[in-house]
Each structure stands twice: as C-alpha cells, then as structure tokens.
Design a protein around this ligand. Structure first.
Ligand code: ZN
Length: 116
C-alpha cells in the first residue's frame, strides 16, 4: 500500500472553494458564504459586506453613537466646552468619541448575528 494519503472526496461542487457550501449564498448579492463570515438578519443569510450596509444595523449603531458619544463628550470634554475656549484638538477628539460607540455597537451586532 502506498504511504501517500488519498485525498478525501470533495464535498463542494466544482468551482466552489473548499469550506464554502454551495447552498449557502448571500440572499442579497448571491455571493457564497464562507463559514464564520455569514450573518443572519431578519431570517436572511447575508455576507459581511451586505451586513455592514444593512440600513437598520447602521441606524441602530448611529443612534447608539449619538447617545453614548454625547454622554462621553460631556464627561470628557464638558469642562473645556463650558469654558468657551476650544482647543484645536477637539476637532479630532469629538468625532473620535462618537466613532468608538458606533464601532462597538456595529461589532456587537455582527457578533450576535454571526452564523457558526
Ligand atoms: Zn452579500
């Protein structure tokens, strides 16, 4: 008997990358869904790109960013804003303060909707 291992039969049809199940396609763009990078939204399977462009997800993340970001700006920059003397560093600090909760909310939505 040869020491060379026999390759297992391919589970995927021809033209489909290993690890990609042919029956799992993104319901929006019809792209093949790779294991661990498929997300369920409203009972539909979506790829990462379509999930990140899903308007309800973006709306929820924006609302979270507005609420949490405003609170963080008040906590971290409130004294400076109340003084009336606004340093130029606020031009990047305040937008960054709103960006963090947006990213966290989006990340949480992705983790919670990911299909194993
Ligand atoms: Zn897609």
């Amino acid at each position: 008997m040869s020491a060379r291992a026999v390759a297992p039969a391919r589970a995927e049809p021809a033209g489909v990358e290993p690890g990609v199940a042919a029956r799992t396609l993104c319901t929006r763009c019809r792209k093949s869904l790779v294991r661990g990078r498929a997300f369920a939204q409203g009972g539909l399977r979506r790829c990462l790109g379509c999930t990140l462009r899903h308007p309800p997800l973006l709306r929820r993340s924006a609302v979270t960013a507005l609420a949490v970001g405003s609170l963080l700006v008040a906590i971290n920059q409130g004294t400076i804003l109340a003084s009336g003397v606004l340093p130029a560093s606020l031009l990047w600090q305040i937008p960054l303060t709103y960006t963090v909760p947006f990213c966290v909310a989006t990340w949480g939505a992705l983790v919670n909707s990911r299909i194993e």
